[in-house]
Each structure stands twice: as C-alpha cells, then as structure tokens.
Design a protein around this ligand. Structure first.
Ligand SMILES: [Zn+2]
Length: 424
C-alpha cells in the first residue's frame, strides 16, 4: 500500500500538524481523569448532563454548531414481568461545514456501564502507563482522541475542507435502542464513519462484527395451592423451562448463531404453583438474513404457549445491532486506515468479533466505517478497565491523518465503492 503522507503535496504542514499533538499528552490525560470521575451510567441522567456540559466546553474551541437531540423514553421489563418506562439522556450533535463535498460521521457515547451506586467511580494509576478507571477506555478516552484529532485537523493545512459531524449517544451501553435510528439517519448523509470504541491493548482494531439482540420472555400461568388444587394450576416455571430448552436449541440453527438464555426469575414459594416466570436472553448472529429466520423460530416457540389452555407468553425486545459484514467500501477504508498507520509507525490489524457497537448500526445504513479508533485499553465493563496512556497522542495522530487523507481525496475510492452499492 502506498504512503498516504507521501501523496500529499503539502506534507510538511501535515507533519507539523501531527507533531504538534505530542505536546497535548498531559492535557489529554488530565481530561480523561476528570471525565472518569463523573459517573455517567446510562441511567444516571444527572451525570449524563454533567458530561454534556463538559463535552460542550471541551469542543467549544472548534467553533462548531451544537445541538441536543431528545431520544424519548425507553422500556424495560422489570422483575415482576411488567413493562416499565425508563427515561433516556439526550444525544449530542456537534457539526461543522455541513455543505462540504466530503462528509465524515464520528460517533461515540458518553454513557458507561457503571451505575451511580457502583463501587468503581474514580481512576488510579496501575503503573506509569496504565490508568484504571470507569470509562477511561470505553469511551471517555475515545471521545478525547476524537476531540484532539479534530482540533489538530482544524489547525492543519486542510482546515475547513470537510464536513464533520460528531454524534455522542447516552444509551450505547444499553444497546443504543433509542439512538440507533438517529445514528442510521445521520449515517445516510455521510461518506465514511469513524467510531471511537477502544482498540485492544495491543492496538488491534475490530473488523466484522456479529449482530445482537436482547429479549425478555414472560410466561404467565395460574397460581394454586400445590397440595390442595395442584391440577387446577398452570405452572409458569415449567412452561418457561420448556421455552428455554427450545430457545437454546436454536444455537447453530444458522452458522455461528448463538442463543444465550441468561437470567431467569419466577415463583414465590415451594407450596404455590407459580403463575409467572421470565427469562432474559441474547442472540448473536452473523448474517443479516438470519434475523428473519430467528424471529420466525421465536414466534413459533412463543405462540405454542399462547394456544395452550391457561397460559400466555409475551416476548419483548428485538435485534438492536444488525451484523456488520464488511462491504468492499468498508474493506477499502480499513486498508487505507492501515496505510495511515504505516506512515505513523502504528501497525494496524483487524480481527472479527462477536461484540457489537455503533459501527454495526452505521454499517446497516450502508456507511463504511472503522469503529475502534479510540485509545488502546482493555478489561472494559469491569472494575479493571484500563487505558494505556501512551495511546492518546498516538491514536489522535492516526485520526488526524485519516481526516487529512479524507480531505486530500485519498479516500475517494471508498466513496466510489460505497456509491456503487445500493443502500441496505
Ligand atoms: Zn463503548
């Protein structure tokens, strides 16, 4: 692959732009420590508001338009099997030069998996290069990489030549149920997508991703005394158990499709026939067309119990992340980002994963994207979450060079390939 930098006529200015990032290391580390100490669990709307204000002030030097987009309420099935409304935070949209010919969508999330009452609330150093803390990698660190890449780019020789749009979601960690449609809508008016989930600790990025869906099945029967009128009862726990066996047998019904019945609840006491039971389960799938197959199988399993005397079964949830399979345009973008890495001495490799993120939603809207352009880190979603702090400047340079290559027309091949394909 040819050098990206080598093909840019004003390469000295680009080099100077990249080198200027070296001086930003301490600022970036200070900011991630500050943001890590703000609890912004997906359900902590007050904490998300504080992050909102932090983001607006950090992005202010870019002089971009800022907009907040209300996402509406979500639904959860509670432990009593009842549907409850839960409010969501807002998405933040920051954009500049929307009329430009080349447009990039940059996405991330301000929420973390750590609720307000979590024990894990602040960062601490594990060694000189390793900072442990909530969101340091996933993905407050990533937002900082995105920010400094944009600041560098808008200070560089191609400033003002591309349209960029940042969308930060408040509900990624609960599956982007409400921000997903917004991401897909914005994806349709962009040429490429860059998402700032963490890379693996060794710098490996994610390639193809499986799709994912979360569901709750609630079964209701009839409660009776287990001794006096057992046969008049309808045992919801037994019905649910049979449903769970049927669900688990869908694993491998399509290549690499897995079903994971994960959380169950039901019954009150051993001498009462239980009248309610529920199970939460997750499906992972590799091909977009498997979604319809899976839904048909689910409907058959559920409907069987609705035609059974004295029982009802309800299904909640659905597939929220379609599979991200790699289009020709996406593969080309990955190649060109690898070439950007080569110029910076950063080895870029890609690995397929069963995990999901916003990159799935962008791909489903036909947008070629690379979704792990944030910091290098690991142990995310646990109190061992860490970031390797030497990756801040390194990854900001990578993104600043990607933006520069895009502005210089070096990613036009991606756009051409994308436009050859009808949108999904
Ligand atoms: Zn994340």
């Amino acid at each position: 692959m040819k050098s990206i930098l080598g093909a840019i006529s004003d390469k000295n200015s680009v080099k100077a732009m990249l080198e200027a990032l070296d001086a930003k290391h301490a600022e970036m580390i200070a900011l991630v420590q500050e943001w890590s100490a703000i609890n912004s669990g997906s359900r902590n709307l007050d904490g998300l508001k504080v992050m909102e204000a932090e983001i607006v002030s950090a992005f202010a030097p870019l002089g971009a338009e800022v907009e907040f987009i209300e996402l509406g309420d979500g639904e959860i099935v509670n432990n009593q099997g009842e549907v409850k409304i839960v409010p969501n935070g807002r998405s933040i949209r920051i954009y500049k030069h929307p009329q430009a010919n080349r447009r990039v969508l940059m996405t991330g999330h301000t929420d973390t998996v750590f609720p307000i009452d979590s024990d894990f609330q602040t960062s601490r150093w594990l060694d000189d290069n390793t900072l442990n803390g909530p969101g340091v990698a996933d993905m407050k660190g990533g937002i900082i990489v995105m920010l400094y890449a944009l600041l560098a780019f808008e200070d560089g020789p191609f400033a003002g030549t591309i349209g960029w749009e940042v969308i930060l979601s408040p509900d990624e960690e609960t599956g982007s149920l409400k921000s997903g449609p917004l991401l897909m809508e914005r994806a349709r008016s962009a040429d490429i997508g860059l998402t700032y989930e963490p890379a693996l600790a060794d710098g490996t990025l994610a390639g193809a991703r499986k799709g994912s869906g979360n569901y709750t099945v609630v079964v209701r029967g009839k409660a009776t005394h287990a001794g006096r009128e057992f046969h008049q009862g309808r045992n919801a726990v037994v019905a649910l158990s049979k449903i769970i066996v049927d669900l688990s047998e869908l694993t491998d019904g399509r290549p690499e499709l897995t079903v994971n019945p994960a959380v169950i609840n039901g019954g009150v006491a051993p001498n009462i026939v239980p009248d309610m039971a529920w199970c939460r389960f997750n499906v992972r799938l590799k091909a977009a067309e498997d979604a319809e197959w899976f839904q048909n199988q689910l409907d058959a399993i559920i409907n069987k119990w609705n035609s059974e005397d004295g029982y009802t079964a309800e299904l909640h949830g659905g597939i929220n992340r379609p599979p991200k399979d790699l289009s020709d345009a996406n593969l080309k973008l990955m190649d060109l980002i690898k070439a950007c890495g080569d110029d910076l001495g950063i080895a870029i490799n890609y690995v397929a994963t069963g995990g999901c993120c916003e990159g799935n939603n962008l791909a489903a809207a036909g947008l070629p994207n690379v979704d792990t352009l944030g910091v290098r880190g690991g142990a995310i979603h646990s109190s061992d979450e860490f970031v390797l702090v030497d990756s801040f400047v390194e990854r900001a340079k990578l993104s600043a060079l990607i933006l520069t290559a895009f502005a210089a027309g070096q990613l036009d091949e991606v756009i051409n390939l994308k436009n050859q394909k009808p949108e999904k």
